[in-house]
Design a protein around this ligand. Structure first.
Ligand SMILES: [Zn+2]
Length: 256
């Protein structure tokens, strides 16, 4: 169940069709595309927190070329969702990975992100899932044990809140950019696996770790889109076609 995000309220939100309302009368509009915006004034340091519309559009075009499909396949396989699962994607962005998992499994899905442009794009493409704009760094706005799978795909992590909304027998899937991810553009990255295992160590243990990697010959426009998506659009020289590596470390956790 969705919960009210007004400071310290946390009452259950009920849908009236056009809005979600809590018992204390706090009310949130449901957008025409179907998402609900639960952002509070203190969540928005800028007027448009999170991904910009340009970055969202660039990422969407990249997904549409199919270059990220091998990553989505890896996520689907390791998530192992079936029709009885209920999946939450925290930091869902444009919903590409959540949509891929829930369509393949035929299961329920919910996605939350702080970027309104991203969630709006997600809701337009996938009406099967529940889409929410909220600041999950502060509070993941669902009641305790709402989900059997919680995913964080290259997003920000909130171990305490992930643990709160996950069922006792649930599993947590964390995807991190591997050291090889976009190595051609930004050089070798850090291996964040160990630090992440430690970050979740109080509540969870690592039960599986796999790396999924794909390379693709991208045309100049797609390379530009990658740069936009990672916020490095400013280059002195125009970019040309390039072979790029996309790579994720996929970690599955269960409760201790
Ligand atoms: Zn309320």
């Amino acid at each position: 169940m969705l919960l009210c995000t007004v400071r310290n309220c946390r009452q259950v939100l009920e849908s009236t069709g056009k809005r979600m309302v809590c018992a204390r009368g706090h009310s949130f509009d449901i957008a025409r595309s179907g998402y609900v915006n639960l952002l509070q004034p203190q969540d928005s340091r800028s007027r448009a927190p999170g991904d910009s519309a340009a970055a969202v559009a660039a990422r969407r075009r990249l997904h549409d070329t199919g270059v990220t499909e091998p990553l989505a396949r890896g996520i689907r396989e390791i998530a192992g969702a079936s029709s009885v699962d209920s999946v939450l994607d925290v930091g869902c962005g444009d919903g590409f990975y959540l949509g891929s998992v829930t369509r393949a499994a035929g299961c329920a899905g919910s996605g939350v992100d702080i970027a309104l442009a991203a969630v709006d794009a997600a809701a337009r493409r996938n009406t099967e899932c529940q889409w929410v704009v909220a600041n999950a760094d502060r509070f993941v706005p669902w009641s305790e044990k709402s989900f059997s799978v919680v995913m964080s795909i290259t997003g920000r992590m909130n171990p305490a809140e992930f643990g709160r909304v996950l069922r006792e027998d649930g599993r947590l899937l964390v995807a991190l950019p591997s050291p090889e991810d976009l190595i051609e553009l930004r050089g070798a990255g850090r291996d964040r696996t160990q630090r992440t295992v430690e970050e979740f160590g109080g509540q969870f243990r690592l039960v599986r770790h796999e790396r999924v990697t794909t390379t693709s010959e991208l045309d100049a426009a797609s390379v530009e889109d990658v740069l936009l998506a990672i916020y490095r659009p400013l280059r002195k020289e125009p970019v040309g076609a390039m072979r790029l590596t996309f790579s994720l470390d996929l970690l599955v956790f269960e409760r201790l």
